[in-house]
Every structure is written in structure tokens, then in C-alpha cells.
Design a protein around this ligand. Structure first.
Ligand code: ATR
Length: 273
């Protein structure tokens, strides 16, 4: 077993992670020999554990809550997207250096374009939230050249901080929820409100019959945000399950050089929700 390439997802907690199942399905599909497990890492030993994993010839890691920023710190080399994201979800060794990337934004964009046939180019986009989840996905969204991106957040100062970070590559508009007063083509929920079955205080006017809604969260039932969009007659309301599988596929591609077919994996996970 020792010569099988070792991969893992690290986090705390980690038992709920679907990444081992996803990557095992990818490996089987692509005929790649590898082992992928979930590892619980103690809150105070991330750096030591990660260095030990690579010293023991581990090939690659996915990183999840609450370690994505520490993973950013540990990486010797970062992609441009990860540099701006301030967080890393994929680590691997290349020529003795730890490389870090963030595949969340690519995952979201691919889910919209490839799985849902929705182009972001030229679109008027509203993004809800200004925390780590939103910062992590902005660069790949910007790269699609939308018409505009508005960041709405309860705490306006946090939206403005985000705008300052991305100012060199794009002008993000910032506002509070109650200042929104026109419809958007695409509304992405990047707040953690859905976790508590809460909805940001959005005026209904942001949704038109042509609007697409995208919740980065997912669950057995439609999220509060997607249900709200459906009730208002939005054209399509998509949850984050496809993003989860697509970000994993991009990690797999970075590690193994092959891109798995995500459709059967998304379908299987959807059945298991
Ligand atoms: P994450 O890493 O998930 O992005 P975070 O950095 O704590 O977590 O950010 C959480 C985001 O969800 C923030 O934008 C937060 O708004 P504030 O910056 O105003 O706190 C937003 N959020 C969380 N619960 C919310 C709620 N019930 N309504 C609206 N926004 C909410």
C-alpha cells in the first residue's frame, strides 16, 4: 500500500466531508491509483501536520474550515487567483516547494457555465456577503468579464475592504442590502446566512423573471435563499452542490493532470442528500 499516492482533506471538524467519496469516484473513473482520506487536524497543529504529511511523501491536500487561511500562509508558491483569495483549498508539492491554489471560484464558474449553460460575460451580477467565501471566488468571476459586480453586505465596511483588495483588477460596487433598487441577471449568495436558515434582508426588486440565483450552500431541500427566489419567479435557482464537485475536479486536475467527468458524481451526491 505504501507506494499508492496519498491524498487527504484536512479540517476540523471533518467527518461530514464528502471529498473522500468524490475523489474516490474521480480516481475510479479516470483509472488513477490513489488513496484519499479525511484527516482531522487539531486546531493548534495545522502547520506541523501539513509539513509532516508532505515529509511522509503525501502528494496533495484539500483544506477546509477553519484552515484555508493558514494553508495560504504555508504555501511557498501561490497562483494569482489564490493570492487574491487570501485562502487556499488545494496544496501539493512541486519541485520540493508547497504550491497553493484556490479552486472554489473555478468550481462556481464551471458549475454555472458548463453544468447550467449560464454565461457570466456581460452580466449584471449581485454578490451577497463580503467574508472569506466571497473573497475566495471573486477572481474567477471577474475573469469572465461581467458587465458589473455589486457586493452587498450588512457591514458595508467589509464590502469596501474587499473592493480595495480587488481594485487593481476590477471596480466592485459596494452597498448595503436596503440600498439595492434594481433587478440583477445573477445573484450569488455567499453569506453564511443559509447555514442558520436565514435570509439577508433583500428587497424583492433585485429578482426579475430572467434572474438566476446561485446559493453557494446546498442541502436536502432548497435553501431559504433559493426558495425565496422561486417564490419571486426567478428563472433558475441553483444550489452549491455542483460547485462542491467542480472545485474538487479542479484540485484533481491540478494534482493528476486529468479532468474527471463531474456529471455522474454530482448526480450520485444529489441522490444521497
Ligand atoms: P465565510 O468564511 O463563510 O465567508 P465570514 O467571513 O464570517 O464567513 O463571512 C460571513 C458573511 O455572511 C459576512 O458577509 C456576513 O455579513 P457581515 O459581514 O455583515 O457580518 C454574512 N452573514 C452571516 N449571517 C448573515 C445574515 N443572517 N444576514 C446577512 N448576512 C449574513
Amino acid at each position: 500500500m505504501d507506494n499508492i499516492d496519498q491524498y487527504a482533506v484536512v479540517g476540523n471538524p471533518i467527518s461530514h466531508s464528502r471529498s473522500p467519496l468524490i475523489h474516490q469516484m474521480f480516481a475510479q473513473q479516470c483509472g488513477e491509483q490513489l488513496d484519499y482520506v479525511a484527516k482531522l487536524v487539531a486546531l493548534d497543529s495545522f502547520s506541523a501536520d501539513i509539513r509532516q504529511f508532505f515529509a511522509d511523501h503525501g502528494r496533495g491536500l484539500n483544506v477546509t474550515v477553519p484552515f484555508k487561511q493558514q494553508a495560504w500562509d504555508i504555501a511557498d508558491q501561490l497562483s494569482d487567483s489564490a493570492t487574491l483569495a487570501g485562502a487556499v483549498n488545494t496544496l501539493w508539492l512541486k519541485n520540493g516547494a508547497i504550491r497553493g491554489d484556490n479552486t472554489d471560484g473555478v468550481g462556481l464558474v464551471r458549475d454555472l457555465i458548463a453544468n447550467n449553460g449560464y454565461q457570466l460575460a456581460g452580466k449584471k451580477i449581485l454578490i451577497l456577503g463580503a467574508g472569506g467565501a466571497v473573497r475566495g471566488v471573486l477572481q474567477p468571476i471577474i475573469a469572465q468579464q461581467p458587465l458589473s459586480i455589486t457586493i452587498a453586505n450588512r457591514t458595508l465596511s467589509k464590502a469596501r475592504q474587499l473592493a480595495a483588495i480587488f481594485a487593481d483588477i476590477y471596480t466592485l460596487e459596494c452597498c448595503k442590502y436596503e440600498q439595492l433598487e434594481s433587478p440583477y441577471d445573477l445573484i450569488i449568495n455567499g453569506t453564511s446566512a443559509s447555514l442558520n436558515n436565514e435570509l439577508p434582508p433583500l428587497p424583492d426588486v433585485v429578482v426579475s423573471a430572467d434572474s438566476y440565483l446561485y446559493d453557494m450552500m446546498y442541502g436536502e431541500r432548497p435553501t431559504v435563499f433559493n426558495q425565496w427566489g422561486k417564490n419571486l419567479g426567478a428563472k433558475n435557482c441553483i444550489d452549491g452542490l455542483g460547485m462542491l464537485v467542480e472545485q474538487a475536479a479542479e484540485s484533481f486536475r491540478l494534482w493528476r493532470g486529468v479532468k474527471p467527468d463531474t456529471a455522474p458524481v454530482i448526480a450520485r451526491l444529489r441522490k444521497q442528500l
